[in-house]
Design a protein around this ligand. Structure first.
Ligand SMILES: NC(=O)c1ccc[n+]([C@@H]2O[C@H](COP(=O)([O-])OP(=O)(O)OC[C@H]3O[C@@H](n4cnc5c(N)ncnc54)[C@H](O)[C@@H]3O)[C@@H](O)[C@H]2O)c1
Ligand SMILES: O=C(O)C(=O)C[C@]1(C(=O)O)C=C[C@@H](O)C=C1
Length: 274
């Protein structure tokens, strides 16, 4: 937002000085604050960008300090849990809470991982419901559009089903693969020879453990369903291997390869279109 629109005065609110100082030095924020009550005086929009399990407690803490004009939104990777918490905790101000999720990120954390162009041509999903003030949705939409993002709307439940499959499950798989390899007594030898295939498959296993613990738990019903589907796909592959069934392996790989290449060609989220 700082890079996109010089008109915004951005106050970063955090718990300790370190990351706030780093954000100030990098020019990401105009001002740093640790006292919520003082920092929220007169603000137009609050964006909560902490791990998802912290968002409910933060909504509870900001609730007494919200002004009538203040719009609240978030960047959390799960939506049904956060939308429900907002309705429980914000009282009348819940109508000015617009749940949001930018579908772009990295395995790096903290202010130094921020990239001004991260959202350009990337989807941002908003999940307002019938109770959300359309004026609040419009302002949050415009904020994201100013960063170059493509803004989409869906239900929180629809969001959580989709991202269990295309984001949360892949992270679980990458964490599991790296953890299993790393636990072997001769792990070093395996890592020494791992190359770009391993790098591409496991980049996201370097992501924040706290962030992914919270996402996994918050969306665990949908994630368990996706895990079951994946396990049954693996079982089928296992059977094909066991039986030396070349035709079945070839058919699976062909379908997957075509689907992956078509996605890469057409999706605005494919990273190499940055
Ligand atoms: N990294 C991604 O790829 C990505 C993409 C889209 C959405 N998200 C979501 O955005 C949110 C932030 O993720 P991020 O990648 O920016 O993480 P990050 O680790 O870079 O930033 C999170 C910040 O929250 C602070 N924090 C944690 N608990 C807090 C608390 N109780 N009070 C105040 N500050 C607190 C941390 O100190 C840290 O500075 C998460 O909900 C995540 O699910 C992440
Ligand atoms: O590129 C990455 O490192 C990401 O994990 C980004 C990614 C994802 O595509 O799964 C991760 C979490 C989000 O909520 C949105 C985007």
């Amino acid at each position: 937002l700082k890079a996109a629109n010089a008109g915004w005065h951005v106050t970063g609110i955090g718990r300790t000085g370190d990351s706030l100082q780093e954000a100030l030095t990098l020019g990401i924020i105009d001002e740093a604050a640790t006292d919520i009550a003082t920092a929220l005086k007169g603000v137009d929009v609050i964006m909560i960008a902490t791990p998802v399990a912290q968002i409910g407690p933060i909504l509870q803490r900001i609730a007494p300090h919200l002004e009538d004009k203040t719009i609240i939104t978030d960047a959390g990777s799960t939506k049904a849990d956060i939308a429900n918490e907002a309705h429980k905790l914000l009282g009348n101000a819940a109508s000015r809470f617009v749940p949001g999720h930018p579908i772009a990120g990295a395995e790096k954390s903290g202010p130094s991982a921020a990239q001004a162009t991260l959202y350009k041509n990337k989807n941002v999903v908003l999940t307002p419901d019938g109770r959300t003030d359309p004026g609040a949705v419009q302002i949050v939409r415009e904020l994201w559009l100013s960063t170059g993002a493509i803004v989409r709307e869906m239900s929180p439940e629809g969001h959580d089903t989709i991202f269990a499959a295309v984001s949360h499950l892949p992270h679980l798989l990458a964490f599991a693969l790296v953890d299993e390899l790393a636990a072997r007594p001769d792990a070093e030898q395996f890592f020494e020879f791992a190359a770009s295939g391993f790098r591409d498959f496991t980049r996201i296993a370097g992501s924040s453990p706290e962030m992914w613990r919270d996402i996994s738990l918050a969306n665990r019903t949908a994630l368990l369903q996706e895990l079951d589907r994946y396990q049954s796909a693996l079982n089928q592959l296992r059977q094909s291997l066991e039986h030396g069934d070349a035709a079945s392996l070839q058919a699976t790989f062909e379908r997957a390869s075509q689907a992956r290449n078509a996605w890469a060609q057409h999706s605005p989220s494919a990273l190499w279109k940055n």
